[in-house]
Ligand binder design. Structure first.
Ligand SMILES: NC(=O)c1ccc[n+]([C@@H]2O[C@H](COP(=O)([O-])OP(=O)(O)OC[C@H]3O[C@@H](n4cnc5c(N)ncnc54)[C@H](O)[C@@H]3O)[C@@H](O)[C@H]2O)c1
Length: 441
């Protein structure tokens, strides 16, 4: 496996986990001149990369082209064989780090990857954890496994840092290149070593700190966003009660200096925001009881259920019996113009109606083939004969929908707007029953 590349003078970097983070990182490092080997446990991803194809669908500007370019140049390969870590300049780990139903971190993927890296680790290699992890994970979990498996000493024989990733789906390459990064070393030498690597692909500032601080920074920045969204969602509930429009309120709040209120919506999804607050809090509570962060999580988790309530109110108002009713869920990805469905707020909505025996058709222009979900890319199939169209995702396609066409195709003209896609007054004028998050009902 070490002979994957012919030129041994070029530094080899191994990227473990070829997902939304791993693919752009691997491509960027390869484009910067490194010989990059990606490792994954999913054979189809390995095959795609080795054919020069990106396993990530949805709009990711520049990624397909970059992957083709570095593949053609022979600087990016993929495998499931960890022996490529032997003698590598750096090994970057970016596998998934979810939490379970009790909000406890599930580190199976991380521990498995770290174990395999440890078994193949040689002196002088830099190991980077890019996955988002709870404070103390680098020193309390990762370092002991690496040391145990390799027989080497962290900070002396090998370098170890946590350099959390800040990319977002839809702007993966742009964020990777432009955003500042935090590099948290288990010691100063490790942090400095990692800076040498990252300055090849990051134009933003590189801030050096310790690994626990870096872990806290990453989980805190997403927690901060989650609590801000929770504020917007709570205000949406309040505005509905007041009979005013939260989006108008938000716009006007932001005319006050220093206010940057976010938007409310149908729910918070993705691999990061719904779990990073729990990672931040993991192991806390010994000397204080966190209140704001868990409450914010619960408010955001309530939004899909609120969408369901709005839909049920509208169906009752339109005298539609659940028996024989058809609901169209518009958007399955958690974020606009993406194929990322992780923790999508669409799922609790779909589950609810299916449990009630109501026919649910799901439309998404980007997502394909989610097992057992029953999804169409054909808009007419979704809204045709529907009694209620529930807009969960702000895909660009929906923003340009013609209300008249929608009206003609639906059996009952009900719009539930979870993303402020439509003008309430216009919808009502066209003959729709319209209910939107944070709007007058
Ligand atoms: N998606 C984002 O926008 C984003 C942003 C910032 C940080 N993060 C963090 O980065 C990490 C990765 O996120 P992602 O979105 O890329 O996840 P992902 O699920 O898209 O990718 C993870 C990849 O790791 C692979 N994998 C799992 N176990 C493995 C093993 N033992 N060996 C090799 N490969 C293995 C999986 O098959 C998968 O392809 C997470 O900790 C996440 O919280 C993600």
């Amino acid at each position: 496996m070490l002979s994957m590349f012919s030129d041994f003078s070029v530094k080899r970097v191994v990227v473990v986990g070829l997902g939304y983070v791993g693919v752009p990182v691997a491509c960027s490092l390869a484009d910067a001149g490194f010989e990059v080997v990606g490792i994954d446990v999913i054979q189809s991803k390995i095959d795609m990369i080795n054919k020069g194809e990106s396993p990530i669908k949805g709009k990711e500007p520049g990624l397909d082209e970059l992957l083709k370019k570095v593949h053609k140049a022979g600087r990016l390969k993929a495998t499931d064989d960890y022996s490529v870590c032997e003698g590598a300049y750096a090994v970057l780990i970016m596998v998934e780090t979810p939490v379970d139903r009790d909000n406890v971190p599930r580190y199976e993927a991380l521990k498995s990857a770290v174990t395999s890296v440890g078994e193949n680790l040689k002196k002088g290699t830099l190991v980077v954890i890019e996955s988002t992890i709870a404070p103390r994970t680098t020193t309390d979990i990762v370092q002991p496994i690496l040391e145990h498996k390799s027989g080497l000493k962290g900070g002396e024989d090998f370098y170890l840092v946590h350099c959390p990733e800040r990319v977002a789906v839809g702007v993966l390459l742009k964020n990777l290149k432009e955003l500042d990064r935090i590099i948290g070393g288990i010691n100063e030498a490790s942090a400095k070593k990692a800076k040498e690597l990252y300055k090849n692909i990051v134009k933003g500032k590189l801030y050096l700190t310790d690994s626990i601080t870096a872990e806290a920074v990453k989980t805190a920045e997403n927690t901060y966003r989650d609590t801000q969204i929770a504020f917007a969602n709570e205000l949406a509930y309040l505005c509905e009660e007041l009979g005013i429009d939260v989006f108008e309120v938000q716009k006007l709040v932001n005319t006050s200096p220093g206010r940057q209120m976010l938007l409310p919506g149908a729910g918070v999804g993705g691999h990061c925001l719904p779990k990073d607050p729990w990672l931040l809090l993991y192991g806390s509570g010994k000397t204080f009881q966190p209140k704001l962060i868990p409450t914010s999580r619960h408010i955001n988790d309530s939004m899909p259920h609120h969408m369901v309530s709005l839909a049920e109110e509208a169906l009752t108002q339109s005298k539609i019996s659940p028996h024989g009713a058809k609901v169209a869920v518009m958007g399955y990805a958690f974020v606009e113009d993406s194929d990322d469905v992780r923790n999508t707020p669409a799922l609790p909505i779909i589950d609810h109606f299916r449990r009630r025996g109501i026919e649910v058709v799901i439309h998404d222009p980007f997502v394909k083939g989610v097992e057992g979900i029953g999804l169409t890319k054909n808009l007419n199939d979704a809204v045709g004969g529907a009694d209620c169209a529930i807009f969960v995702t702000a895909h660009s396609r929906y923003k340009n929908l013609k209300l008249k066409n929608l009206l003609q195709k639906m059996r009952t003209p009900i719009i539930i707007d979870g993303r402020n896609l439509f003008d309430r007054k216009k919808c009502i004028k066209e003959g729709f029953v319209y209910k939107g998050v944070g709007k007058k009902h």
